[in-house]
Design a binder for this molecule. Structure first.
Ligand code: DC
Length: 231
């Protein structure tokens, strides 16, 4: 069974997806980390500048970001681990720079093709998955058993992004105004792009998490799942 959670930046979908997966004993798939990884790899291993990420050579994308070299792993003990050529790169992916670079590169068709291949491998290997991202319910897993769409106010998403200790090293703290502006720019880019934009699938359940704790969000999702299973 597949459960998808989509939503805009810093809406809390990754935390909710991870906790929901743990609660259900499901595999956790965080698709955003793969877009971050593509951007990181092209920047650091293929010498791409930020502006070149807007239009990478599809041969470079296929060479560097293919399923053999870029691997996604998850288990309960270690959490998510992203590997490039067998070396773990997870720790480098959640920075303000990669927030922006991932949003830029996720517009590119060849990148979505490579990540689609990785996703299909995961779906073949795992029977039960909680997947979070922008297009999990709309494009990647249109037949998912449950689709959630998580939102929160811009103020609350800014607060959460700044409070996320996994995202920032001490020297690159952003001000609230800078963070809010960066979130709005990414929202805009993720929503207007032609390929797999951020949309709420018609059959998704919308949850506004602005005034909810993480546990309340997951409890709400569990209540939907239990109610549908009981029906
Ligand atoms: O969820 P995140 O903030 O880690 O995602 C980083 C970027 O990756 C986001 O700005 C858009 C892109 N992304 C995407 O296009 N499709 C997904 N399924 C997940 C992320």
């Amino acid at each position: 069974m597949i459960i998808t959670i989509d939503g805009p930046s810093s809406s809390g979908k990754s935390s909710a997806a991870k906790l929901l997966a743990e609660t259900l004993g499901y595999y956790y798939y965080c698709s955003g980390l793969l877009y971050r990884a593509c951007a990181y790899i092209l920047k650091n291993h293929a010498d791409y500048s930020k502006s070149k990420l807007q239009n990478p050579n599809s041969s470079d994308v296929a060479l560097y970001c293919n399923y053999e070299r870029l691997r996604y792993g998850y288990d309960l003990n270690h959490g998510v681990r992203i590997l490039f050529d067998g070396i773990e790169i997870t720790a480098y992916l959640k920075t303000p720079e990669m927030d922006e670079c991932a949003s830029i590169i996720s517009v590119v068709d060849s990148v979505r093709i490579e990540i689609g291949i990785i996703q299909r491998h995961l779906a073949e290997q795992q029977r039960t998955i909680v997947a979070d991202g922008r297009d999990m319910g709309s494009v990647a897993f249109p037949n998912a058993a449950f689709k959630f769409f998580l939102t929160a106010s811009l103020e609350e998403r800014t607060r959460r992004a700044l409070a996320d200790s996994t995202r920032h090293s001490a020297h690159d703290k952003q001000t609230a105004q800078q963070e809010a502006q960066a979130i709005m720019t990414r929202d805009q880019r993720d929503t207007v792009r032609a390929n797999a934009p951020l949309v709420m699938p018609e059959d998704a359940i919308a949850i506004d998490s602005t005034d909810m704790t993480l546990q309340q969000v997951v409890d709400t999702m569990m209540a939907y799942i239990k109610a549908k299973k009981a029906a």
